[in-house]
Design a protein around this ligand. Structure first.
Ligand code: ATR
Length: 281
């Protein structure tokens, strides 16, 4: 049987997910197809989903702007996705659609592969810049790993506060302004940039200056277009170890593919291949 997978979102024409999942299928010897299922904002979301249901897909990814909206059309929801309130992966089995969120876990696995030492000290101080959908998943993923000190800095205080609720009594979280984050950046062992600031075409923008950061800290940016964001370049210049955004994309996809097929495909050389693709864009 051919595996039928796809991606729902808008705009998704330039997405790298088809490349990633086609690689996974090839590596696992599974025949199938991962297609773009773009739903335009003017289209009827419900009708388009009906069409997808009729096509008997085995599963699909969901990206902006539908990660929340899709929840109303599902038959079940994994605990993680329910807590985060957003779905990026749907498993379709026996006519039932179940939603998952692999973004935060993808980030955590990518980080652990590159910087395992961070995971040896759960009291390491972590700063998340931004409080959008991605920050939600990452905060929850880090909390699930047992990290106990995760601060959030965002332009809009209220959305950072909403994320902090996820910490319950297990995570100590201060909510900072971006100016405060800039002043306090040298207190963190790990800083994670999750806003859209610095994304193509605004590649000269950066969310905060980082000259003051701890020289031996780790700095992540989840933006992967460009791969070398101004933020990461500044962090490198200041002496930090940097963690590129495309790795989160790879590992969230690895986990999604595992949910669809029960097969965990090693990333291996795909890391470098994806880097090369992105550098050529
Ligand atoms: P995603 O799902 O990728 O996380 P999102 O939910 O739209 O995207 O979140 C975008 C994040 O980037 C938010 O934290 C947003 O800040 P606000 O909550 O204040 O909107 C942040 N962001 C986007 N543009 C920004 C800018 N020019 N300055 C500061 N923060 C910005």
């Amino acid at each position: 049987m051919e595996l039928k997978l796809g991606l729902v979102g808008f705009p998704v024409k330039h997405s790298l997910s088809p490349w990633i999942h086609n690689q996974f299928m090839e590596k696992s010897g599974i025949e199938g197809n991962y297609s773009i299922m773009e739903i335009k904002p003017d289209d009827s979301f419900e009708l388009e989903l009906e069409r997808i249901k009729e096509s008997q897909v085995n599963g699909f990814n969901v990206t902006v702007p539908y990660k929340k909206q899709i929840i109303n059309y599902l038959d079940g929801l994994d605990k993680n996705a329910e807590r985060i309130g957003a779905v990026n992966t749907v498993v379709c089995k026996d006519g039932k659609w179940v939603g998952y969120n692999t973004d935060g876990i993808g980030y955590v696995i990518a980080l652990r592969n590159k910087f395992p030492e961070i995971f040896h000290e759960k009291a390491n101080r972590i700063l998340i810049l931004g409080a959008g959908g991605a920050a939600y998943g990452i905060y929850y993923g880090l909390k699930s790993e047992g990290f106990t000190q995760i601060d959030i800095a965002n332009r809009t205080h209220s959305s950072a506060k909403e994320i902090a609720i996820l910490g319950e009594n297990e995570v100590k979280t201060s909510i900072l302004t971006l100016d405060e984050a800039q002043e306090m950046i040298n207190s963190y062992n790990l800083t994670i940039q999750t806003t859209s600031v610095g994304m193509k075409p605004n590649t000269e923008d950066t969310i905060i200056p980082v000259e003051l950061l701890k020289r031996n800290s780790v700095v992540s940016d989840i933006i992967y277009q460009p791969l070398n964001t101004r933020f990461l370049m500044d962090a490198k210049q200041a002496g930090a170890s940097i963690h590129y955004g495309h790795t989160m994309l790879l590992y969230q996809a690895q986990y999604a593919f595992e949910l669809w097929t029960n097969k965990k495909i090693p990333i291996d050389e795909m890391d470098q291949q994806l880097k090369t693709i992105l550098e050529g864009r």
